[in-house]
Design a binder for this molecule. Structure first.
Ligand code: ADP
Ligand code: MG
Length: 257
């Protein structure tokens, strides 16, 4: 499998006392889903922000598609960023309450007017139609186009956030606790949707969760973070192997698998 993302010996501190990540290395292959699990405060979101270019590492390298992402600035950073999109935990916080759904969904496309993904090329002349296609891909109907975020359910809002993440057809979609803010009954639907989209778009995922069960559901490999250290990394089939670290086994026991 070709490597899409390479994270090499990354460290990040927020202050002398808060060492968020220490010497983290891993890869994500093209089309691969890497699950990243760890309890709250273990550094998962920090890692996501570094890969998104929202924070800079103190040390180490982030190589995306052969490009040293962490050294880029200005226009080249902007160009590289379009390949990585993110779905955050809380869709209410990530959607502008004053934007109707159709505008929210195509917002990333407006930031990159030169980009039209292949799956939107037939409707490239109409932004509303592009939004309708995107909503359809995440299982939402056109009747939502003119609604506002507060008029949608939590699950619908997260689908909108996913549609927005898809709009530039990224190579890598980072999902940071994508189901943690949702009712348990809705969580499986969202994970199923992410799984379907992965096949459809051949995207790579970094699927972040504190819950081993949701990560195991769709990950090819699983990385375990503890206090900013990568303590285990293995294929999903190896989850129950005797070689697993004690900490990984504790996470397995805490989950409903
Ligand atoms: P997780 O997503 O696994 O819960 P985070 O990456 O959010 O973990 O946090 C890792 C550590 O870094 C925690 O100790 C957290 O308090 C700290 N941290 C995260 N963001 C900041 C920030 N902007 N400023 C200072 N400390 C931070
Ligand atoms: Mg987090």
């Amino acid at each position: 499998m070709k490597t899409l993302l390479e994270v090499k010996q990354i460290s990040k501190s927020y202050s002398a006392d808060v060492k968020a990540l220490t010497d983290i290395s891993f890869t994500v292959g093209e089309g691969e889903c890497l699950g990243l699990v760890g309890e709250s405060g273990s550094g998962k979101s920090t890692l996501a922000k570094l890969i998104l270019g929202l924070e800079r590492p103190d040390r180490g390298e982030i190589i995306l598609n052969g490009v040293h992402f962490h050294t880029l600035k200005g226009r080249s950073l902007r160009d590289a960023r379009k390949h990585v999109q993110v779905v955050f935990q809380d869709p209410t916080a990530s959607l502008n309450p004053r934007l109707p759904i159709w505008k929210a969904v195509i917002e990333p496309l407006e930031n990159y007017p030169d980009v039209t993904p292949a799956f939107l090329s037939e409707v490239r002349n109409s932004k509303r139609e592009m939004a309708a296609v995107l909503l359809d891909r995440v299982g939402l109907g056109q009747e939502l186009l003119d609604r506002y975020p507060h008029q949608l359910s939590g699950g619908q809002r997260q689908r909108v956030a996913i549609a927005r993440g898809l709009s530039l057809q990224p190579k890598l979609l980072i999902c940071d606790e994508p189901t943690s803010s949702l009712d348990v009954s809705i969580q499986a639907q969202i994970l199923n949707l992410l799984k379907e989209l992965r096949n459809e778009f051949n995207m790579s995922y970094l699927l972040i969760s504190h819950d081993m069960a949701s990560v195991r559901f769709m990950s090819d490999r699983i990385a375990v973070l503890k206090n900013g250290n990568l303590v285990d990394l293995f294929t999903s089939e190896e989850l129950f192997s005797s070689e697993r670290q004690v900490y990984t086994r504790q996470m397995v026991e805490a989950a409903v698998l």
